[in-house]
Design a protein around this ligand. Structure first.
Ligand code: NAD
Length: 347
């Protein structure tokens, strides 16, 4: 059986992606790359076959045995690593967000498309079975015209403390978490063209050394000093088809934890958690709870890996190309720019 031989860069979220690729009968992880060898050794123990270690992504990208590369470094390094991979003719699977700026994201998308390689975003929320189910129902026309949506991702104490990349320039709550619900809801809306964005964003917890989650890389007072990103953002996006979207993300807040998407359609509405459809049948309101069969926490990752592999081996058109990541990046950066300038941004 033909297999896609994959190299993994970045041993954080790279671990989850690598294990999903290795679980797929047509996927094989053959190489790992990180700045720290002990992190590679830890993952290697969990993989079914021996792997080669690299501390230079350039060297991994030059290895002719590697067909495809997963990029899971901090946001600021997605584009340099992925650019090197596509230059070497490798297929690429990039974690979210695509980049830390629109300019870098666009450069990568153009290079990947010109190279003709499979280029895909690894999107664990869009590939959740619940989101995929809502997408199917939307594309079947069951909601009618979906003219408005709300999406939010709220943590109470959830500023990642384990990597400086999250809190430095190019990181932040909106690029880290907002991106998941923004990508998913934009996809559920049928990927309409954004025309303008207005938003607010700021940091109310991080700079005070509060709201951090996980093992800190530095004492909290030093993390607070280095804090250069948003820890909350919220805004409104207007689309060319007249639709509207309210989107919010909070790394830390005095509110309950929540990941929610709500769709407002002319024939039916829906919410993600708990997965529910709202409709009116024979004049009576109906709320339908939907139970996804065989769902598991691995399902989104297995779906991402399976789709990446079928795009490469079976020439299936990619349903989550980097170009989608670029449009999501444009909306994110516009919201953050609007927050900074105090004005609506026209795209
Ligand atoms: N659900 C998801 O899809 C999801 C979840 C978590 C993180 N992420 C994304 O993954 C990225 C990393 O986040 P994380 O939590 O895994 O961080 P992390 O710090 O745990 O892991 C990043 C790893 O990249 C390595 N690294 C950094 N620069 C490198 C380089 N030049 N070459 C090779 N390795 C390098 C680091 O040593 C580290 O081990 C972020 O962009 C984040 O948005 C996605």
């Amino acid at each position: 059986m033909q297999k896609v031989r994959v190299g993994i860069v970045g041993m954080g979220i790279g671990r989850t992606n690598a294990k999903a690729i290795a679980r797929n009968p047509r996927g094989q992880v053959i190489a790992l790359c990180d700045l720290f060898e002990d992190r590679m050794a830890e993952l290697a123990k969990e993989l079914p076959e021996p792997v080669k270690f690299f501390t230079s992504y350039e060297k991994m990208c030059a290895d002719p045995k590697v067909d495809a590369i997963f990029i899971g470094t901090p946001n600021q390094y997605h584009v340099p690593v992925a650019l090197e991979a596509v230059r070497q003719g490798k297929h690429v699977l990039v974690t979210k967000p695509l980049s830390d700026s629109v300019q870098a994201a666009r450069q990568l998308v153009e290079a990947a498309e010109a190279a003709g390689v499979v280029n895909m975003m690894s999107l664990s929320t869009r590939f959740m079975p619940e989101v995929q189910y809502l997408g199917q129902r939307q594309r079947q026309g069951d909601f009618g015209e979906v003219y408005y949506a709300r999406a939010r991702s709220v943590r109470r104490v959830g500023i990642p403390a384990w990597s400086l990349g999250f809190i430095q320039k190019g990181g932040g709550a909106f690029r880290d978490m907002g991106v998941h619900v923004l990508d998913s809801v934009w996809w559920l809306l049928g990927m309409p063209q954004p025309v303008s964005v207005s938003g607010v964003a700021g940091a109310k917890f991080g700079p005070r050394g509060q709201g951090f989650w996980g093992k800190p890389t530095l004492p909290l007072a030093e993390l607070a000093q280095q804090y250069a990103a948003d820890d909350y953002a919220g805004g409104f996006i207007r689309f060319a088809n007249g639709g509207g979207l309210q989107v919010e993300s909070f790394w830390a807040s005095h509110q309950p934890e929540e990941l929610q998407i709500e769709l407002f359609g002319t024939e039916a509405g829906a919410c993600l958690k708990p997965l529910t459809l709202y409709q009116t049948v024979n004049g009576a309101q109906q709320d339908v709870t939907v139970n996804i069969p065989n769902n598991s926490k691995d399902a989104p990752w297995d779906n991402v890996a399976a789709h990446f592999i079928e795009c490469i081996l079976d020439n299936v058109p990619c349903a989550a190309p980097l170009r989608h990541g670029l449009i999501v990046q444009e909306m994110m950066e516009a919201l953050l720019t609007s927050a900074e300038t105090g004005h609506e941004v026209v795209l």
